[in-house]
Design a protein around this ligand. Structure first.
Ligand SMILES: NC(=O)c1ccc[n+]([C@@H]2O[C@H](COP(=O)([O-])OP(=O)(O)OC[C@H]3O[C@@H](n4cnc5c(N)ncnc54)[C@H](OP(=O)(O)O)[C@@H]3O)[C@@H](O)[C@H]2O)c1
Length: 339
């Protein structure tokens, strides 16, 4: 069947996902039998469009890149009406992350599921704060709520745990879950101070004007919450997870680590002990021999400790237009293959 898709939030990831669909249209059809149509987009900046027969994606991509309001297939429906009334099979929720309330994405996901549509999202808000409720709702209606892009973009962490590692008991997950802070620690090791490297990270677009979410560890804590609750079936509340970022790390700390054959990394940890799941985020000095120590720059990585395989480490990008667009595509392919 042809997957009719609605996209909510047409920024970096929404546009990247559409570019992949267009660039790989023939490959996706030939290799996986995927047929698709984008029938609607809702975006705060560019407006809402809908056409049950399919919208003109290349044209709308051009308009978005030129920062113009959409001028074709404009819809009078507001975003929630588009989610509820559109004739779509899958809603891709790609608006901004709010780790305090999960909104507006939580309402978007909930209404999409209630109106019979699968949901795919890279938005950590609903996944970290409302996963249990949303997966329950999806199960109730026989639908998918898929979230691969919420942890380390397209690097297939959640799929790895659910698929290839199925049968192993995962007792611990430790990872570099935030590319900005890993980039900063890498550059500090080359001699820059915290203040200098933060400025460079902001100039390069790695860190936002307000870097709090990254440097205080809150972004990593969102991902720890998702890993704990999705992979380890925990019941962790994001606000109760101990969290310390890298703001206290000085050039002298970096030097001391080097002297001891170690390296500072901001590590997110999830552990299962005596049936209880715990999580934390904190900077740690790790041995240079550990696989995570060699992960430099904006790259992310996770080590799963398992009963049958021992440690399994996956390294890959944690952000990016196509890197995250790929996660959305992969979840869409999973849904398509189930029908
Ligand atoms: N970029 C990455 O590499 C990456 C990686 C992993 C996960 N993610 C997550 O994926 C999601 C999308 O990221 P992104 O980088 O594409 O963000 P983005 O570039 O900021 O795009 C989000 C888009 O959604 C629009 N929007 C905001 N509120 C909306 C609403 N209520 N209804 C409809 N549209 C709305 C925004 O418009 P305005 O600009 O006018 O607000 C913007 O155009 C985020 O939750 C992010 O945390 C991103």
């Amino acid at each position: 069947m042809k997957q009719r898709i609605v996209i909510i939030g047409f920024g970096t990831v929404g546009q990247g996902f559409c570019e992949i669909l267009l660039n790989k249209k023939e490959f996706l059809k030939k290799q996986y039998g995927l047929k698709w149509e984008i029938v609607g987009i809702a975006d705060k900046a560019y407006g809402n469009v809908y056409n049950a027969k399919g919208i003109d994606v290349p044209f709308l991509l051009e308009e978005a890149k030129a920062k113009k309001q959409f001028s074709k297939d404009a819809s009078k429906w507001d975003t929630l009406t588009l989610i509820k009334k559109s004739k779509a099979d899958i809603v891709c929720e790609l608006t901004y992350t709010d780790l305090k309330t999960g909104e507006p994405a939580y309402t978007h996901c909930k209404e999409a599921l209630k109106s019979g549509k699968h949901v795919v999202t890279s938005n950590k808000g609903p996944a970290a704060l409302h996963y249990r409720k949303l997966i329950k709702l999806a199960d109730k209606y026989g639908l998918h709520f898929r979230i691969e892009g919420t942890v380390v973009a397209g690097t297939p962490i959640l799929n790895l745990a659910a698929g290839p590692l199925a049968g192993c008991e995962i007792t611990r997950i430790r990872g570099i879950l935030n590319g900005t802070t890993n980039y900063m620690l890498t550059e500090m090791e080359k001699g820059m101070s915290y203040a200098e490297v933060l400025k460079v990270a902001q100039e390069l677009g790695y860190a936002e004007a307000d870097p709090t979410g990254d440097v205080e560890g809150y972004d990593a804590r969102g991902k720890v919450t998702i890993l704990a609750n999705v992979v380890m079936d925990g019941q962790l509340d994001i606000d109760n997870i101990p969290c310390r970022g890298i703001t206290g790390i000085t050039s002298s700390d970096i030097h001391t680590a080097k002297e001891h054959g170690k390296r500072w990394k901001l590590i997110g940890t999830v552990e299962m002990k005596d049936g209880k799941v715990t999580g934390s985020v904190a900077p740690e000095m790790i041995d240079l021999t550990h696989p995570l120590a060699g992960v430099m720059g904006a790259t992310n990585a996770l080590t799963f400790t398992t009963d049958l395989l021992g440690d399994v480490t996956m390294v890959g990008p944690g952000a990016g237009r196509w890197q995250t667009g790929f996660a959305i595509l992969n979840d869409v392919l999973t849904i398509d293959s189930a029908y």
